[in-house]
Design a protein around this ligand. Structure first.
Ligand code: PHE
Length: 466
């Protein structure tokens, strides 16, 4: 969720905004795909361990850096490092990354919007066919939706309705959670759903490999909005007297719960609709998986509630997913916008307009890479195959770069800002200093967290590009 310069009025304001940013397509779309691809329960287990042991310290480090410096990532890195140019460059990466994420995130949000529209106009049965997704992504019919989405997104960013979005988030986010629970309960009643539950919850350690580690860490970073300047920027609006640690816990728990629920919905559905599914074949799953199974879940409700009832449920659900994506998209774009305002002295209006044009052009190009432009569809060869422009952006900026920026943030805390970091977290929470958690954070950020992040970064470069 976007924020004005100034401060969050309350701790809840921060938690809502940060959770609004964190809960998005990463949880609802990417997480179930990653879990099904990477061995189900082993992925879930490694993911949960990473969130608790690695990502939580990084989350607190980023919020603390932001609150201490009250600057955007470039300003923050520069200030804490005493004006070092190298660190300034590292900060720049935390501006470029959210921009590039916004590019592919825009494309996926548009798919959700189209699904919503098709459902509302009675086409749920068409969506449930295997060809619906490739036809949608590969046709020029998606262009008008760019205009609609960008008007909404940049309208929100220009100001005025942010308060409204925050109020809406208070109602819609819990509604999303309740609806997820209802859908899970429904899917679990379907025959053979149990096969998916076992795949998702009972670890088969023979499926564990280096790829699972990479995928889980990258997914956790993306989902928690880490390694891209968001939490630094949000931290810069965080009130001095509030607890960073307590708020960070709430954000991490909310985000992880939604991801967990999305997995518990989709993986059982895969097996319920295709009982012969061989888990080994799931390793090639892609985003299309969600866009095929979600309509099928709703369509299968027909027997109970009729076609209209099923379409209505689907429409409400897609609307909620769209809203979750919107709050995330707005938060992503806030980073380059606030950078331009702070460092280039742009007015908010100018910064928003420049971003709007830049993101729209790049997102249009990315959307052409689903068949409409052969050159962009087979854009580049790496990692043993031909990749599209969209793949290149998504691989690089949602996976490879995130652990690197996270590494920079903890190196800054560990080397240039040791004592200050603990003091910052103690502000607003006097019991923190000397606690077990404090000792864990100080130790982990100086030792194994950077090591794991470096390992995953190198591993991702090797796995993705070579
Ligand atoms: N964390 C959001 C999600 O899971 C996406 C996001 C990425 C938000 C980067 C902000 C920054 O969908």
């Amino acid at each position: 969720m976007a924020i004005d310069r100034g401060q969050f009025s309350s701790r809840l304001g921060f938690v809502l905004a940060a959770a609004g940013s964190a809960v998005g397509l990463g949880n609802l779309v990417a997480f179930p795909v990653m879990a099904s691809k990477n061995g189900g329960a082993v992925f879930l287990l490694v993911y949960l361990l990473f969130v608790a042991l690695i990502c939580f310290p990084v989350l607190l480090a980023e919020i603390a850096i932001g609150r201490h410096t009250r600057r955007n990532p470039v300003g923050a890195f520069t200030a804490l490092s005493g004006g070092s140019q190298g660190w300034q460059l590292a900060g720049m990466l935390a501006i470029l990354t959210p921009f590039m994420i916004a590019v592919f995130y825009t494309v996926v949000t548009i798919w959700i919007l189209i699904f919503l529209f098709r459902t509302v106009t009675g086409g749920l049965d068409m969506l449930a066919t295997a060809s619906a997704f490739p036809e949608m992504t590969g046709s020029p019919g998606i262009f008008p939706w760019f205009i609609l989405l960008q008007v909404v997104v940049f309208g929100v960013l220009l100001g005025g309705v942010k308060g409204g979005i925050e109020r809406l988030a208070r109602v819609l986010m819990p509604t999303l959670a309740v609806m997820l629970i209802g859908l899970i309960a429904f899917v679990l009643t379907l025959d053979d759903a149990g096969l998916g539950v076992s795949y998702y919850l009972i670890p088969d350690f023979s499926r564990f490999n280096g790829g699972v580690i990479n995928a889980a860490l990258n997914q956790a970073f993306f989902s928690l909005s880490l390694g891209m300047g968001i939490m630094i920027t949000y931290g810069s609006y965080f009130n001095k007297n509030d607890h960073i640690v307590g708020s960070g816990k709430m954000v991490a728990i909310a985000d992880t719960s939604v991801a967990f629920m999305a997995g518990l919905l989709i993986l059982p559905a895969i097996f319920a609709f295709n009982p012969e599914t061989n888990p080994d074949d799931l390793s090639t799953s892609s985003v299309g998986l969600i866009f095929t199974y979600l309509p099928q879940i709703f369509l299968s409700m027909q027997d109970g509630v009729g076609y209209f009832g099923a379409s209505l449920a689907a429409a409400v659900f897609f609307a909620l997913v769209f809203f979750a994506a919107l709050t995330s998209l707005v938060s992503i774009l806030e980073i380059p916008i606030s950078y331009m305002i702070d460092e280039w002295n742009f007015s908010r209006k100018k910064a928003v307009l420049v971003q709007a044009v830049a993101v729209t052009v790049c997102a249009l190009l990315a959307s052409l890479s689903f068949g409409m432009s052969p050159g962009l569809t087979s854009f580049i060869d790496y990692g043993g195959g031909t990749k599209s422009l969209f793949d290149l952006i998504a691989d690089t900026f949602s996976e490879v770069i995130l652990p690197l920026v996270g590494l920079f943030a903890c190196m800054l805390c560990a080397t240039r800002w040791k004592e200050g970091f603990v003091d910052e977290l103690t502000d607003g929470d006097a019991t923190f200093k000397g606690s077990v958690l404090q000792r864990y954070l100080s130790f982990s950020l100086r030792t194994f967290v950077p090591v794991v992040l470096l390992f995953v970064f190198i591993n991702s470069v090797a796995a993705k590009y070579f």
